[in-house]
Design a protein around this ligand. Structure first.
Ligand SMILES: *Cc1c(COP(=O)(O)O)cnc(C)c1O
Length: 404
């Protein structure tokens, strides 16, 4: 007898660290999903900014199937062709000279932080160990990355945390200057705070961080796990700002749904990740690398990148139209297809209440913190799906306002 899992199986068999929505999607195609009962949804969530080409894009399915018939995994005792092609492409298209491959964003950031510390030890000695990051930032869930992240609720209650970490205020250079010294090893920053509420950096802020790092021989690390690979309309968000980091991390959209992460660095910095200093069993496996290469090659074309800007405008127009009628948002912001709508003070803390109403109407969306409705759809979502999704969102918001 075949068995069909239900949502209550989640509570029975899974650790309780998540609380998923009640429906279980079973199939996806492009920006549409279907649940166990055959109900259809438009996907504005994109697996939290991961499904960069929607669900089951033929280019990714082909890459997966082709590589799946050839070679999956070797370990780092051998190298493989897809990993080398992926690394070459990343080097050719960015500031970086060297690439370290791993399996998630948190791992890419863990590698970046360890590299920054090791670089400081190699060049300036043990005392240069301070890492500056920002309140409300998010960098992953390992103990080092939650400690660097600026949301204490994620790092508290797990015993002693790594030391030498300081938090400044985002978009506030003076707060960074107050902490910066010759013992600063690195600044880690998201060019747009994703989990923290879809807050873009001001251009002068990132430029100022670059200058401070140069003055104090500190490394500038951009966490582009959420903003990278087309999400903000350029391959990486740093291009839009004209500010170049020393280390950059990438994941989410990079694999289009296959778990992969990458840390990119300049040659001089990368030298400190010398033989034996760091590693990952799955990092750079052939299967993941082949899928990521296919995603990257597809996204990194003028047609796709320009299409992201067009879709951004449509999202904004549609959200503003909804808002003129219902007055629930105080600000609509973001870059490319990473869009946030901040709730008005009247609906303080209520953004998440829209999600189940949207599910009822056949729309999947996200929140970023308690006050921001977030959208991170496929970078190639058809315009007709945006329009239809927005009609569903409007119905959900009508219900939300009526209930409030
Ligand atoms: C999602 C995210 C991470 C963590 O990535 P995982 O793949 O969940 O480990 C790190 N930094 C940013 C900015 C993110 O959005």
């Amino acid at each position: 007898m075949s068995y069909t899992p239900t949502r209550s199986d989640f509570d029975q068999y899974m650790t309780p660290n998540y609380s998923p929505q009640q429906v279980i999607p079973v199939r996806g195609e492009g920006s549409r999903l279907w649940d166990q009962k055959g109900k259809e949804y438009i996907d504005f969530a994109g697996g939290i900014a991961v499904n960069s080409l929607g669900h089951c894009h033929p280019v990714l399915v082909n890459a997966l199937k082709e590589q799946g018939d050839k070679l999956w995994h070797l370990s780092n005792i051998y190298t493989n062709e897809p990993a080398l092609k992926l690394a070459k492409k990343l080097v050719e298209r960015t500031f970086a000279d060297k690439v370290y491959l791993c399996s998630s964003g948190g791992e890419a950031n863990e590698a970046a932080l360890k590299l920054a510390r090791r670089y400081a030890v190699d060049h300036f000695g043990e005392k240069k160990d301070k890492i500056i990051s920002f309140s409300q930032s998010f960098h992953g869930r390992t103990l080092f990355t939650v400690s660097v992240g600026g949301q204490p609720k994620y790092s508290q209650g797990f015993g002693p945390v790594p030391g030498g970490i300081m938090h400044a205020e985002y978009n506030d250079l003076d707060s960074v200057r107050a902490l910066m010294g010759d013992d600063t090893c690195a600044i880690m920053v998201e060019p747009l705070q994703g989990e923290g509420g879809i807050l873009p950096a001001k251009p002068e802020f990132l430029k100022g961080l670059r200058e401070l790092c140069d003055q104090h021989n500190a490394l500038l690390v951009f966490d582009e796990v959420q903003t990278g690979v087309g999400r903000c309309g350029t391959l990486y968000a740093y291009e839009r700002y004209g500010v170049t980091p020393d280390i950059l991390t990438s994941a989410k959209s990079l694999g289009g749904g296959f778990p992969i992460g990458a840390m990119l660095a300049t040659d001089n910095v990368a030298k400190s990740l010398a033989f034996g200093t760091h590693g990952s069993t799955y990092g750079g496996n052939a299967l993941g690398s082949a899928v990521a290469l296919a995603a990257l090659e597809f996204i990194d074309t003028p047609e796709v990148l320009e299409g992201i800007e067009k879709r951004h405008e449509l999202f904004r127009e549609q959200l503003e139209t909804i808002n003129r009628k219902h007055g629930v948002f105080q600000e609509i912001r973001g870059m490319g297809l990473l869009i946030g709508a901040q709730m008005t003070p009247q609906y303080e803390g209520r953004a998440k209440d829209i999600l189940p109403l949207a599910i009822e109407e056949g729309l999947m969306a996200l929140v970023a913190g308690p006050n921001v409705l977030r959208m991170a759809p496929s970078l190639v979502i058809p315009e007709s799906d945006i329009v239809e999704g927005m009609a569903r969102l409007e119905r959900a918001i009508e219900k939300f306002v009526a209930q409030a």
